[in-house]
Write a protein that binds this ligand. Structure first.
Ligand code: SF4
Ligand code: SF4
Length: 340
């Protein structure tokens, strides 16, 4: 099973429906959202070309690429004892855009005829879909961009980013060779083009005892330590209207904090688009686990009565508004606000 997908087959989300992805009646829907941008026609053509050697049928329409695997099942009809055959297929749809959605729908077996003699149809088709997806990701420009994404967001070396991609796509067919120097060259800016600003150090999360407005260049104006104990247990969910009821009290590494706060016992609500009520959070980590673009990092909050660490939305600007974190939070203390 593809490591990439095993935990990431999500139920239908309204945000996905808005992009024109609708489940077919009786089909099983699998979807994975990849945090890379594919909007140029040339990128779409490059993806199609790189998949031509994979043995799949590749079609395109507008912003979508369809990759189909066809195969024939053979067996014996239990009643007639005759040898029988069935032609089956599975299509993976790549929806390009600011993020890439990779989707497949397993049709009911009846769609292909009365092939009741076929065993494990869904399981086998599911695996075939994952083989296609792993191949798409490893062999195409989507993989190039994911490597760049890991290098930037997780501060991985080119070698480690490639290794991560390799581990995530164990089912890939006819894999192309990827080496770190080629990956670097492939993404290097053309001569004469403006040089991107490269961030050389990770936006590290400061421990509470190190926090100091003067040391953090002014984007941290609150401390997490103190003597405050005005905490009364608050049950979720987060108040969806908190922005009209609370004031921004300060910031922590540039992330807004909505008061009242009285550290360490009362910490308020953090974030602008990705918001978490720290006074409710019980630190089970479901949001961190669910986030496909690594928005959160743990932040130590010693002596907070609900939990002594919190999911800090340090990369809030990377949020793709998939709503996964909001949907998985047990006490419902996460609220996502889409940019207007
Ligand atoms: S909505 Fe939540 S899970 Fe999805 S990208 Fe944003 S922070 Fe991550
Ligand atoms: S899922 Fe909710 S309770 Fe769990 S760590 Fe995230 S914000 Fe906290």
């Amino acid at each position: 099973m593809s490591a990439l997908l095993k935990d990431r087959v999500w139920v239908m989300l309204s945000e996905v429906a808005k992009r024109g992805v609708y489940p077919l009646h009786g089909s099983r829907l699998g979807i994975f959202r990849i945090p890379v941008e594919i909007t140029e026609r040339s990128d779409i053509s490059a993806i199609i070309n790189s998949l031509k050697n994979s043995g799949f049928k590749v079609d395109t329409y507008a912003d979508r690429i369809y990759v189909t695997d066809r195969w024939t099942e053979s067996g014996k009809d239990a009643i007639t004892q005759k040898e029988v055959e069935a032609n089956l297929e599975i299509t993976v749809e790549i929806v390009t855009g600011d993020v890439v959605d990779v989707i497949y729908q397993i049709r009911p077996l009846e769609h292909f005829g009365d092939h009741y003699w076929i065993k494990n149809y869904r399981q086998e088709t599911d695996t075939k879909a994952k083989i296609i997806i792993d191949t798409i990701i490893w062999n195409s420009k989507i993989g190039d961009k994911l490597i760049e994404h890991y290098k930037k967001s997780q501060k991985l070396s080119p070698e480690d980013a490639i290794k991560k991609l390799d581990e995530m796509t164990p089912l890939k067919k006819k894999p192309i060779t990827r080496d770190a120097s080629a990956a670097q060259q492939a993404m290097a800016p053309e001569k004469g083009s403006p040089q991107p600003q490269i961030q050389t150090s990770a936006p590290s999360v400061t421990s509470p005892t190190q926090t100091s407005p003067s040391l953090s260049g002014g984007n941290t104006t609150i401390a997490l330590s103190g003597t405050g104990n005005s905490y009364s247990k608050i049950e979720g969910p987060i108040d969806p209207d908190f922005k009209s009821k609370r004031q921004v009290t300060g910031a922590f590494q540039g992330i807004k904090v909505w008061g009242p706060i009285d550290p360490p016992g009362q910490l308020g609500i953090w974030g602008t688009e990705v918001t978490v009520d720290f006074d409710i959070c019980v630190a089970d980590g479901a949001c961190i686990e669910a986030c496909p673009v690594n928005v959160f990092e743990w932040l130590d909050t010693p002596d907070h009565p609900a939990s002594e660490k919190k999911p800090f939305m340090i990369r809030e600007k990377d949020c793709i508004f998939c709503m996964a974190c909001e949907n998985v939070c047990p006490p419902q203390c996460v609220k996502i606000f889409q940019k207007s």
